[in-house]
Each structure stands twice: as structure tokens, then as C-alpha cells.
Design a binder for this molecule. Structure first.
Ligand SMILES: *Cc1c(COP(=O)(O)O)cnc(C)c1O
Length: 369
């Protein structure tokens, strides 16, 4: 089976892990935590990095850091992972969603303003599948209405918007280092910010909000979202490889695009002229008049040893949120369409050209016979 993605770790990671084990620093203190935080923050052009246990935890800490009133509204795309919406609902706030764009699959920034109310306090852009959100108009809106920006950059390590690194444009930004992300610590995440107050809060929140003056005395409820030094040891080695990883991802995508652009029944990922897409995954969307659906296509590809994954299901279509009375009667046609007709094909860092040729051949055979 050609997998959708596989993490690649090598001798550098192994050496760091061995060092961790032999030094005994296996918990959440140790030099690799500091080095991972500072090297990733520096790469992204942010002052402070706070490593946490995963990307969902990073989002939850980011939302909590803003210290917003309960009931505050945060605007995000419907087309995203549930981590974004539940980071909001878990803190007693209200997710308000907008549709995405047909070509970038990122939130449609032109749809944000009509959703702003007196309760709106923040916007959560999510760079989708490697392509950045159109940030300038979003930043303008945030300034106009005094809103904070939580930038979810979990799928776009190394991606750029008009030359600016993704993860450097929000008041707070978050990353995931799950095994299928561009760089990985197995499980892991990070909160980045230029705001020293947010950074301090994030450090406290990830570690149960222990007070400085008297340990085991607490003025606030936090989380245990600490990252271990062992995970950070992986991360330190991975950060050093980011440029070559991005290059490999872009090469894989370029090869697919060159060979699939003639297939009329599918839409491929794009790269806006202001964007650097890192193609975290390579998504395709099937035309609605094709006999195959995303489900039947995935099944046929699986039969010939090719793994795929369907696109996200919109937040407004989630039973768990509908049960809570959220998004009732709301429809977002582009989110619904791509969630129905989109899937992504293998683009792991181990993928070989012969494997890509096979995937291209099988896709064309199924779609054009
Ligand atoms: C992967 C991902 C997350 C969650 O990260 P985990 O480390 O799996 O918790 C959050 N947001 C987006 C956009 C993601 O793709």
C-alpha cells in the first residue's frame, strides 16, 4: 500500500533521542525543549515559542491566552479540523463560521465582515492543506474592528504569504507536529507569539498554572499540555531539515500537477501568485457530473494499493455541534461540495517517482476509461 504520508526520521533524530535517554532528561524539562522552541520561533520570525503536547492543545491554549469573556464569538472557516472549533467551544466561546474559496480551499476572507457582531473578539484563519489564507484583508478587518488573530498554521510549516512566513502574522499562531505534518515530533505542537504576556500565559497554562511564589498554589485552572524533551529532541533535528522537506513537497506536487492537469474531471491544488504553497497534502476534487464519487474513487484506488483520505467535513455539518444548537440551518456550498468530492492522494516524503507514476496512471485509468 502506498500510504498518504509517512514520517521520515533519520540518524540526526536518533542521535538526539539517544542523548536524551542517556542524559536522563526525558520529561518536560531539558535543553531540547528550549532549543526546539527558540529555533522554530526564529524560523517563523516570532519572538516566543511555547512547545505543547499537540496542535489541538496549542489552539486551546491560544484561545485561552486571549482571556476573552465567555460567550465571545470567534470567526473561523467551516472547512477545517474540529480542533479549531472545539478549542473555542471548550472555553465557553462561540464558533462562527464562514465558507471557503473554491480554488485555495482556505476561508473566504470576503465573507468575514458580514459575520462580525458586537460579540466578535477574534478571527481564526486556518492555512489549508499547505496554501496560505489571504491575510492582508483579514488583518485589515481585525484592525478595523479591534479583533485578535489566532493563526492556525498546523498544515503549512514553511509556507509563505507575500514573503511572510505563515505562523508569523497572528497575535498568536499555532502549529502541530503530528506524524503526518511537514515536520514532526510524533505528537506535538507549539504556540508562537511576539507578545510576552501571551507567552508567559501560555507557559503557565501548559503546566497547570503553578504559581511562581508558591508551588501547588493556583489562581487559575490550566492544562497539562507539556511536551517532553524526547519529542523536542526529534523536533530540533526536524527543524534543521525544513527547507529540504518543503522542497520535496513542492517537487511531488509539481510532478502530480504536470501529469494530471490534462484530466478534465478533477480540480487540482493551486498556488496564488502571492503564495508559497507547501502542499502538505495533494488534494483533488472530482467534478460533480463524473460517474465516480470521492468514495468510489477512494475504494478503487485502495484496491490497487493506493491509500487516500477524504477532505474535512465542515464544522456546520458536525452532528456534535448541531446537537448543541450551533450552525442550525446554515449552509456553506463550497465547503459542502469539496467535503463531498475532495480527497487527497499520497504525498509522503518517502514517495518515489515510480510510485507517483503508478498513482497517476491508476487515477487516469479510473477517471478516463
Ligand atoms: C493537524 C491539525 C491540527 C491538530 O493538530 P494535532 O497535533 O493533531 O492535535 C489543528 N489544526 C489543523 C489545521 C490541523 O491540520
Amino acid at each position: 500500500m502506498i500510504l498518504v504520508s509517512e514520517p521520515v526520521v533519520g540518524p540526526e533524530e536518533l542521535a538526539n533521542i539517544t542523548d536524551c535517554l542517556t542524559s536522563g532528561w526525558i520529561s518536560s524539562a531539558g535543553k531540547y525543549i528550549d532549543e526546539f522552541e527558540s529555533s522554530w520561533a526564529a524560523y517563523c520570525g516570532m519572538k516566543y515559542g511555547v512547545a505543547v503536547s499537540n496542535g489541538t492543545a496549542a489552539l486551546e491554549i491560544a484561545v485561552t491566552c486571549l482571556d476573552l469573556e465567555k460567550g465571545s464569538e470567534i470567526i473561523l472557516p467551516s472547512f477545517t479540523i474540529i480542533s479549531c472549533a472545539q478549542a473555542i467551544t471548550n472555553q465557553g466561546m462561540v464558533p462562527v463560521v464562514v465558507d471557503c474559496e473554491l480554488d485555495t480551499w482556505c476561508m473566504d476572507v470576503s465573507k468575514i465582515e458580514e459575520k462580525i457582531t458586537s460579540k466578535t473578539k477574534a478571527i481564526m484563519p486556518v492555512h489549508m492543506y499547505g496554501h496560505p489564507v489571504d491575510m492582508d484583508p483579514l488583518i485589515k478587518l481585525a484592525e478595523k474592528y479591534g479583533l485578535k488573530i489566532i493563526e492556525d498554521a498546523a498544515e503549512v510549516h514553511g509556507g509563505e504569504y507575500k514573503g511572510r512566513k505563515c505562523g508569523s502574522m497572528g497575535d498568536i499562531s499555532t502549529f502541530s507536529f503530528y506524524a503526518n505534518k511537514l515536520i514532526t515530533t510524533g505528537e506535538g505542537g507549539m504556540v508562537l507569539t511576539n507578545n510576552s504576556e501571551y507567552a508567559e500565559r501560555a507557559q503557565s497554562l501548559r503546566n497547570l498554572c503553578f504559581e511562581r511564589e508558591r508551588r501547588f498554589k493556583h489562581n487559575k485552572i490550566g492544562f497539562n499540555y507539556r511536551m517532553t524533551n524526547m519529542q523536542a529532541a526529534l523536533g530540533v533535528a526536524q527543524v534543521k531539515k525544513i527547507e529540504s522537506i518543503v522542497e520535496k513537497k513542492r517537487d511531488i506536487a509539481d510532478y502530480y500537477t504536470q501529469h494530471l492537469k490534462f484530466v478534465e474531471s478533477i480540480q487540482l491544488p493551486i498556488e496564488k501568485n502571492w503564495a508559497k504553497n507547501v502542499y502538505w497534502v495533494y488534494g483533488i476534487i472530482l467534478d460533480s457530473d463524473h460517474v465516480e464519487t470521492a468514495v468510489t474513487l477512494a475504494a478503487k484506488l485502495r484496491e490497487v494499493g493506493i491509500e487516500t483520505r477524504p477532505f474535512f467535513v465542515g464544522m456546520h455539518e458536525q452532528p456534535v455541534f448541531k446537537d448543541r444548537g450551533l450552525f442550525l440551518g446554515e449552509h456553506y456550498p463550497i465547503t459542502e461540495m469539496i467535503s463531498d468530492r475532495g480527497l487527497y492522494i499520497p504525498s509522503g516524503l518517502n514517495l518515489t517517482v515510480p510510485q507517483q507514476d503508478k498513482i497517476i496512471r491508476e487515477l487516469i485509468f479510473i477517471l478516463e476509461k
